[in-house]
Design a protein around this ligand. Structure first.
Ligand code: NAD
Length: 253
């Protein structure tokens, strides 16, 4: 049986580790050729090797999603390599240490907004130009449960993720007639280097992600990758402007 992304060309940002890498492996197993983009070359190249070892096809593109010229060049390179861009998973993002809103710094605000929010907007902008020119495509942005509910000690991060959902819903309305579907995926706690970096602080505050979640565990990156792959596939052909929560039930409590 053909994979649900057979013949598609995909671009995934932040694909050097974590959810992006899990998604890149997933997209490739579903038949897509994958442009693996990341600010970190070593891990990005490693993801490409993993895909190739698995029988897939991938290239690496180094890109800082917060830099406009680099994002434009990233989309151009993916299109030069594959001839078109059917799917884009705008996933690159960063966390901040846990602070109450009034204790946080302007520096943190600018860093989180430039990568998590401006980065997603820049990617969407150039992907939409390409997808409009070729007659359609599908975009998925990584938000978070912190894009759906207020999240203590994550005010700025939370604001960027609510913003990502705003870009997703508005873009979905504006580009539906161009044949472009735009959705978001909202992961709960997922086993990635980002979560590992946060665990000591979370533990110190008596918060254990798995214990707070009805399914009583955190997600594996591939579980989020599967949700993004489905949203990018033709099987989700009537789904646009949706923020799909994949959080083991965390936010339904
Ligand atoms: N892990 C979780 O529990 C969780 C939960 C909800 C949402 N998220 C979101 O999922 C996404 C991926 O998170 P993760 O946990 O895999 O993180 P991660 O830190 O493990 O991986 C993020 C990847 O993005 C890359 N990156 C960072 N800044 C970049 C930039 N400016 N340009 C290009 N690439 C850049 C990093 O090099 C890294 O490879 C993020 O948007 C994050 O906010 C994660």
């Amino acid at each position: 049986m053909a994979g649900m992304l057979e013949g598609k060309c995909a671009l995934i940002t932040g694909a050097g580790t974590g959810i992006g890498r899990g998604a890149a492996l997933c997209f490739a197993r579903h038949g897509a050729r994958v442009a693996v983009a990341d600010i970190a070359s070593e891990t990005g190249e490693e993801t490409v090797r993993m895909i190739k070892a698995d029988g897939g096809d991938a290239i690496f593109i180094r890109c800082n999603v917060a830099a406009a010229a680099e994002v434009k060049a990233m989309v151009e390179r993916a299109v030069a390599a594959f001839g078109r861009l059917d799917c884009a998973f705008n996933n690159a993002g960063v966390e901040a240490s846990l602070l109450k809103l009034a204790d946080d710094s302007e520096e943190n605000f600018d860093r989180l907004v430039s990568i998590n929010l401006k980065g997603v907007w820049l990617c969407m902008k150039h992907e939409i130009h390409q997808m409009t020119a070729q007659g359609g495509g599908a975009i998925v942005n990584t938000a978070s449960t912190a894009g759906v509910v207020g999240t203590e000690l994550h005010a700025i991060y939370c604001a960027t993720k609510f913003g990502v959902i705003g870009l997703t819903k508005t873009g979905a309305i504006e580009y539906a007639r161009e044949g472009i579907r735009i959705n978001a995926v909202c992961p709960g706690g997922t086993e990635t280097p980002m979560l590992q970096r946060l665990i000591p602080e979370l533990k110190q505050r008596g918060r254990v992600m798995g214990r707070m979640t009805p399914l009583a565990r955190t997600a594996q990156p591939e579980e989020i990758g599967e949700a993004a792959a489905w949203l990018c596939s033709d099987r989700a052909s009537f789904v646009t402007g949706h923020a799909l929560v994949a959080d083991g039930g965390l936010t339904v409590q």
